[in-house]
Every structure is written in structure tokens, then in C-alpha cells.
Design a protein. Sequence first.
Length: 294
Amino acid sequence: MVSLKRKRVVTGKTVFIPLVGHPVEQVKSPGPMNSWFAEHGVDAVIVPMDIRPEKVAAFFDVLRGTENCAGCSVTMPHKQAAFVACDEVSERARRARAVNTIRRSPSGKLIGDMTDGMAFIAALEGHGVRVRDCNALLIGAGGAGTAIAFELASEGASSLAIIEPDQMRRSALKAELNRYHPDLEVFDRVVAGRKIDIAVNASPLGMNSGDPLPFPVAELAGALIVADAVTKPVITPWLKEAERHGLKVQNGEEMAVAQLPIQLSYLRFMKPPSRSANGAAGEDGLSVVPEAVK
């Protein structure tokens, strides 16, 4: 007979947190987060759930009525759908129009935040890289890219070049950055002769074999760091090429691990890290999602 002594057992009292995406085989956070729960004696578990895009709205409706659920973590391609589903969101999420972390209130409200940018900056700091006065390059202006762009701006970047094939998405991000960070120089191309200090890929390029490199590494000579938000493969072809050129790299797994204290704090499992999330007016200091986007 197998003894369950000293082993974690999921019961009817266990609090669970779904991690929703499509697919989810590439996600990195369940292992470290479940280890944290075990090490700290917290009766909770995070479970990856592969939800098809056409069914995700129904999933969020179920989430509202699930009493033993603390909230959920959200990955591609559901971050925009999560934003629409939430009753209240942080200012970060409102600007990105995307949510990657949801807290479920006792009344069933879904309260969302977008912490990708915070995690990116935390991972950068782990490498000893500071953003202030740096010239940054961002590839991809989706939910994660927008969140990263605003954190780079908030941390005092001198300029930001945005490469995004969707002209409307690129123009919208540029306009929002000009509105909230007028001192930041924003370009839709890399300016000739201007050295890039921080380069980050926040697009899906690199997830599939045969993808082109997000940006020519030869044009990043002297960069402080080349970073990728893609988590599988951990070392993307772009990062391999950057290493071949002698550049410091930051992989997507590092950003995912940096999310853990931020998300655990947001879900009320631990005290806030030094970078706490402050929102606008509304329940829990968050702003209500306008009806226009519902």
C-alpha cells in the first residue's frame, strides 16, 4: 500500500488557480509556483488548462461561480479576452487592453492586472541592467509588448523603437506612450546611428521552427542585453545568435519566474514585493472596465 504521508494531497478544501492558454505545454510557472505552495504549507495548486479561443468566454463565466478558485493566470492567446471578461482592471491592464492575472473576489468579481512588464523589468534587474537613459527596441506590440513598453517608459528609458507589422496596433501604442510619457522618444523604426541598449522580442517569433529572427543581431552591437519573452524553446534562435555575438541574453523563462512573487502577491498568497501594484479608483484600487469594451 502506498503511503501518502508527507505528500501533498489535493482535497475539497484545496484552493486552485487555473493557468489558461492555447496551447499550454510551453508554460513554465506551474512547477515553481506549486513548489512554493508546498514549501510554505499553502493548500493551493495551479493547474494548466488548454482552452480553445471560442470557449474562453464561457470559461470566465464559470470562473465567477467557482468558490474554491482564487483567480487565474492567463497566457497567449487569451489575454485580450481576459481583459474583456474582467469587471475591474488595473491602469496597466487598461493601457495594454490585456490581462494576464485575475483575482476572483468573494462576490465573484473578476479583477485583472497585467504584470508582464513588471516581470520583465524584475528579470532585467536580476541581470544588473537598469533602464534609465537607455535606448530600447521592442518587437511586438501585443498585450505583453504593450505592458513592457509602458514599464520601460516608467523606468526612464530615453527612447523606444517599436517594430510591429500591424500598423493600427503600432500607432495606438505610440499614441498612448506619447500621451502618458511625453518625454520618451518613440519611433516606429530603429534610428540609423543610434545604439540599442536593450532589445526585447515580445512577439511569437521563435516559437516555431523556421521563424525568421525578430531583428538582425548584427545591428545590436554593444547592446547591454537581448531579451526574449518566448518560453519555448527557452533559448530561441535569436538568443543563440545574440550569444554567438557575445551579447548578454535574457530568456522567457527568467521573465516567467520573475512573475511568481508578483502574481502570488496579487492573488493574496504573499505580501507584495517591492514593486507593488497600485491601480486607479474602484474595488481594490482598480478601475472598472468601460462598458464600451464589453
